[in-house]
Design a protein around this ligand. Structure first.
Ligand code: MG
Length: 383
């Protein structure tokens, strides 16, 4: 089903702004937009795309925006606790979840319950509640189409083939800005160093996750739920041209390639199963005289190794893994802890979390809060 109208959660972020551009190109109506606090950009977006609904998480900013937009028919609602309501109020046929962190979970569930097609750019949703979310989507007959570039690549490489004939899913990783560095060298890297990604321009949180390889750990867990397999490998590919691959029983490997641009996976999620004239640039092979592949250094970047361990342990571990990281990255970006402390905090919280079975969304939310609290306490004692 090609998307006709879209609700965008995280509309002022990197994925959100590109999704609005892709939508304008494809003539998709924007029905609802939502962002944390960037009301300057939100106002521009409302005036340009004329959504029926605009949600702002920050209450004061929301009140300000409501006054600014009084001359438009757009309804403005605000408050972090009303993000799910924004989805419930929207009449869009597709929900793009491109918020950062596990706050994406409840609104995504609301979208599934409404029968909206889910274009998922929020990996934390599946890391936190993969089993529950995928089961719920199946029950409601709702497709979850990945927007994450690696998962979009795998989704594309699976088309026309049988899932039971997949031998391995091979996720590519750019290796981030600290590829080739030793553990010792990582001790004194700064926020500025960590925010310099070689190929992708993204939000701050995911850029730090790419530097620690935590992002790849989260993507391994995301892939486990999207494609229902634990046969997942990671290979470092510095050029970010091969976006990921699927290896089949006969050892044939199907890769999806393209320029490193999120326009492509965003567009495919909106037009699947069609391929329409796109916003992304064509791949110029002459610019890439060689494509390189390496084994990831999981001794230096321990969070990737830990991601596989958590995937095998189960959901309470993957929740602890994600929540502790969200907290630690926040403190690193505020320059209160060191880069290498992120791994220390996540490891300790995962090792000491209360292992339990996750049977409901309430269980997920409770486990998430518990691990956040543990991470906050640990960092508090380090400051
Ligand atoms: Mg990715």
């Amino acid at each position: 089903m090609i998307t006709k109208s879209l609700a965008v959660l995280g509309s002022t972020g990197s994925i959100g702004t590109q999704a609005l551009e892709v939508s304008a190109h494809l003539g998709i109506k924007i029905d609802a937009i939502s962002a944390n606090s960037n009301i300057i950009l939100l106002e521009e977006q409302v005036r340009k795309f004329k959504p029926a609904l605009c949600h702002v998480s920050d209450v004061n900013k929301g009140k300000e925006l409501e006054i600014k937009l009084a001359d438009t028919p757009t309804k403005v609602i605000y408050g972090a606790d009303r993000l799910t309501e924004a989805v419930e109020l929207s009449n869009a046929d597709t929900l793009l979840t491109s918020v950062v962190g596990s706050v994406g979970l409840l609104p995504t569930i609301a979208g599934i319950d409404k029968g909206m097609k889910i274009a998922l750019a929020n990996k934390e949703t599946l890391v936190t509640a993969g089993a529950l979310v995928t089961e719920r989507a199946k029950e409601k007959n709702v497709p979850i189409i990945p927007v994450d570039s690696e998962h979009s690549a795998i989704f594309q490489a699976l088309q026309g083939n049988k899932a039971e004939q997949v031998k391995n899913i091979i996720l590519t990783a750019s290796g981030g800005p600290f590829f080739g560095k030793t553990r010792k060298e990582l001790e004194n890297v700064t926020v500025k160093d960590a925010l310099k990604h070689p190929n992708w321009s993204m939000g701050a949180k995911i850029t730090i996750d790419s530097a620690t390889l935590m992002n790849k750990g989260l993507e391994v867990i995301e892939a486990r739920w999207l494609f229902n397999t634990k046969n997942i490998k990671v290979v470092v590919h510095r050029e970010s041209v091969v976006h990921s691959m699927v290896e089949y029983a006969d050892n044939s490997v199907i890769a999806q390639m393209g320029v490193p641009s999120m326009m492509l996976p965003i567009q495919y999620a909106l037009t699947y199963p069609e391929r329409l004239d796109g916003c992304a640039k064509a791949l110029d092979f002459e610019k890439y005289s060689s494509l390189t592949f390496y084994k990831p250094d999981t001794d230096t970047f321990g969070l990737l190794k830990l991601g596989f361990l958590c995937m095998n342990e189960g959901e309470s571990s993957t929740i602890a893994y994600n929540s502790a990281n969200e907290v630690a990255v926040k403190y690193f970006l505020e320059e209160k802890i060191r880069f290498t402390d992120i791994e220390k905090v996540v490891k300790t919280v995962v090792e000491n979390h209360r292992k339990c079975s996750i049977k409901s969304i309430d269980d997920c939310v409770a486990a998430d809060m518990e691990s956040r609290k543990k991470a906050e306490e640990m960092i508090g004692s380090m400051l």
